[in-house]
Ligand binder design. Sequence first.
Ligand code: SAM
Length: 262
Amino acid sequence: MSNEHRARKRFGQNFLHDPNIIDRIGRAIAPRASDALVEIGPGQGALTEQLVASGALLTLVELDRDLVSILQRKFSDQPQVTLFQGDALKTDFASLYPEQKLRVVGNLPYNISTPLIFHLLAQHQRIKDMHFMLQKEVVDRLAAKPNTKAYGRLSVMTQYYCQVESLFEVPPEAFSPRPKVTSAVVRLTPFDPLPCPAHSAEHLQVLVRDAFNQRRKTLRNALKAVASAEQIEAAGINPGARPETLALTDFVNLSNQLCPAD
Ligand code: SAM
């Protein structure tokens, strides 16, 4: 634990201190001088130093004012670094460095990681790639395939927008204070163009949410309010199936069946 700052649980603060892990994450990101980087939750700058060393444009988004002061002291002599005190959930990432697609990185505060990923997916067209440290359980959900326990709304919507690569696990000892769970690093690379586009991403989003809200029910029952058994069948799907058996393409076909193109 640093002498400078007492970790705040409410901000999900678990600071990385293992130099081998920090180095491994840096190598996975492999930042270049021509990149436009955004780091979410830089904390005391454990990952930031490698990003700064690349010479890339870099925006840091940190919520905790005390940490912002520490970061200011550390990086004020680096003209390519911009420091924002604020909530990443409310940050308009799309407006940063409009000339370039962004590379977004962070050892994320675990309490907001899922809403943050949805917030970033909504801005997928502006993002080149994302490297995140998350709870391993969340990385497993991002990468999950159909017919597994981890497969759900987060898997389908992330895989709709991105290629997902689970890179490596990180034990609790790499952090201070130690989290209770194992962590993992994931790379998300937004597709451009989308390989399997829905007529309406909003409709797909709601359909997938409704389907997994009641994941033990059959599709016929879970989607009763929005789709008839005939409509489900017309999309080539068995209405008696459970939502977790459907591939991403099945959800897109069903969404397109219910919400025809203009
Ligand atoms: N990157 C540092 C490291 O690896 O040591 C810190 C990681 S710590 C898990 C998460 C960081 O996110 C903390 O610095 C915390 O203050 C910050 N944070 C928490 N909620 C945030 C939010 N809504 N927006 C931006 N930063 C946030």
